[in-house]
Every structure is written in structure tokens, then in C-alpha cells.
Design a protein around this ligand. Structure first.
Ligand code: HEM
Length: 250
């Protein structure tokens, strides 16, 4: 007898074959028809975000080492993604920078040219651009996973918490820049410490939640990892070292 396409797919569907063998009605909703929790997909996505935050830490370090941090004197979260494109736009950005104490006291006496200004502008612009990208790469899939009801129970608030921490990091970045635009020639070391520590906290939290989700995907049981006594001591030592190491650097 000729097999129709429907009966062929019926035979090739393992879940349907299982239902038939066990006397179940294959037309009834199956476990896989429930909203699919996607722990592994969410874990992979968080690992990618953590990798981007790592890149951000590297670019942030370059921004600091090249003393580029105060070159962008305006806070334009959306339109600032486009750098100056014409000669007059560059001139305008340079003029704004020329009002800062860093320029007046350090770079003006050193004879900074527009080309040198463009160099420091590039690193700070790249740093902020990657920050914007991380925001998009985090927020868009989060909305998508939430709409698909794919977030496993107990993880929604953790993901929203990560989003809030990321937003806070952006605001803190600007708060830090503000500290260097008047009265002083560099950013406040306390704010810089907070910026660095929050960056590392966000990266660690992304990896932590991602590993918990991997475990959930593997075993089907949600057993979030906890800190034990010795890891608390190591973390506290690291925290103090980073806080004072950054806070005291001239
Ligand atoms: C996910 C977002 C961000 C991360 C992970 C991040 C991370 C970092 C890190 C690790 C550093 C180096 C700190 C150090 O050497 O102690 C840094 C520097 C810096 N960041 Fe960010 N940052 C982020 C967003 C921003 C934003 C949105 C701004 C500005 C609005 C900003 C402004 C700066 C500035 C100005 C510096 C250099 C400070 C200096 O002059 O020495 N950051 N960032």
C-alpha cells in the first residue's frame, strides 16, 4: 500500500511511536508541547555576554592606560554612538575637550593636536560603543526568552538583576567621567574603583548564572551553586586588593 506523507512522518516521529507502543493517544498534548524552558540556550547567551564584558574590561583598561577617559565630555546614550564625521564636528568635540582641566593643565602645555585628540577620543568612544552593544545583546534576547516563556523558574529575577547592574555600570561610567570634567585632571579613584569592581561583578554573575543553567540543562534539577567559606575569604581579599589598588593609584 502507498504510504502518505502524513503516515511516514507519523512513523518517523519517535515521540509518536513511543505513544503508540505504550497505548497512549499521540494526539494529546505532549511534555514537549509545554512552553519550552531553554536553560542551555540561555546559558550560552550569558557566556557570550560575559565574553563581551571581558572585552569591555580590556578596552576599559586601554582607555585608562592611554588616558583617553575624559575625551568625550557629553552624555548622549543613543546619538553618541555616531562619532564626529566632519571636520567641523571634530573641531567642536575638540573645543569641548579644551575646556577641561585635563586639557588646560596637561595636554595644552604638551601641545596636543587634533590628530592626537582623535586618538584618545577613539578609545573612549569604542569603550562606550561596546557598552551600548552589550546592552542590546542582553536586553533583546531577554525580552525574546521572556515572551517565549523559556526562562526556567527562579531565573527571571536573576536575569533582570543582571540587566539592572549593566544599566548601573553605564550610569556609573558617566558619574565617573563627570568627576574629571571640573576641578581635577583625572577621574575620582573611588568612582573608578566602583566602576572596575562592578564590571568584574557583572562578568562573574553572568558566568555563575550560566553555569547554574548548564547544570540544570544536564540534570534537570535546579541546584544553584553557593559560596563556601574559603571562596568567601578569597573573594574578600580580592575585593579589598582591587578596591585599594585602584583607589590609591595616582
Ligand atoms: C558594561 C559596561 C562597562 C564596563 C564593563 C566597563 C568597564 C571598565 C573598566 C574595567 C575600566 C578600567 C578601569 C580601571 O582600569 O581601573 C573602565 C574604564 C573607563 N570606563 Fe568603563 N565600563 C563600562 C561602561 C562605561 C560607560 C558607559 C562609560 C561612560 C559613560 C565608561 C567610562 C569609562 C571611562 C571614562 C574609563 C577610563 C577612566 C579613566 O580615565 O581612567 N564605561 N571601564
Amino acid at each position: 500500500m502507498m504510504q502518505t506523507r502524513a503516515s511516514r512522518s507519523w512513523q518517523s516521529d519517535p515521540a509518536a511511536r513511543y505513544a503508540r507502543r505504550n497505548g497512549l493517544d499521540p494526539s494529546l498534548p505532549r511534555a514537549t508541547d509545554r512552553p519550552a524552558r531553554r536553560p542551555l540556550a540561555i546559558s550560552n547567551w550569558l557566556m557570550a555576554v560575559a565574553a563581551m564584558v571581558f572585552l569591555m574590561v580590556v578596552v576599559g583598561g586601554i582607555t585608562r592606560l592611554t588616558e583617553s577617559g575624559l575625551s568625550i565630555t557629553e552624555w548622549k546614550p543613543v546619538t553618541g554612538a555616531i562619532p564626529p564625521l566632519t571636520q567641523s564636528e571634530w573641531q567642536h568635540a575638540f573645543e569641548l575637550y579644551q575646556r577641561t582641566p585635563e586639557y588646560l593643565e596637561i595636554n595644552c602645555p604638551a601641545g596636543m593636536t587634533l590628530a592626537q585628540f582623535k586618538f584618545i577620543f577613539f578609545w573612549e568612544w569604542l569603550h562606550r560603543l561596546i557598552g551600548r552593544l552589550i546592552g542590546v545583546v542582553f536586553a533583546v534576547p531577554l525580552v525574546w526568552f521572556a515572551a517565549k516563556r523559556a526562562i526556567p523558574q527562579g531565573y527571571g529575577w536573576k536575569l533582570v538583576g543582571l540587566l539592572v547592574l549593566g544599566g548601573l555600570q553605564g550610569v556609573l561610567g558617566w558619574y565617573m567621567v563627570m568627576s574629571g570634567l571640573v576641578d581635577r585632571t583625572d577621574v575620582s579613584h573611588f568612582r573608578l574603583s566602583a566602576h572596575l569592581l562592578l564590571a568584574l561583578t557583572i562578568m562573574a554573575a553572568c558566568v555563575w548564572v550560566a553555569l547554574d543553567l548548564r547544570q540544570l540543562a544536564k540534570t534537570g534539577a535546579s541546584r544553584p551553586a553557593r559560596l563556601n567559606g574559603s571562596s568567601v575569604i578569597v573573594l574578600a581579599a580580592l575585593f579589598i586588593q582591587l578596591l585599594f589598588g585602584r583607589g590609591s593609584r595616582a
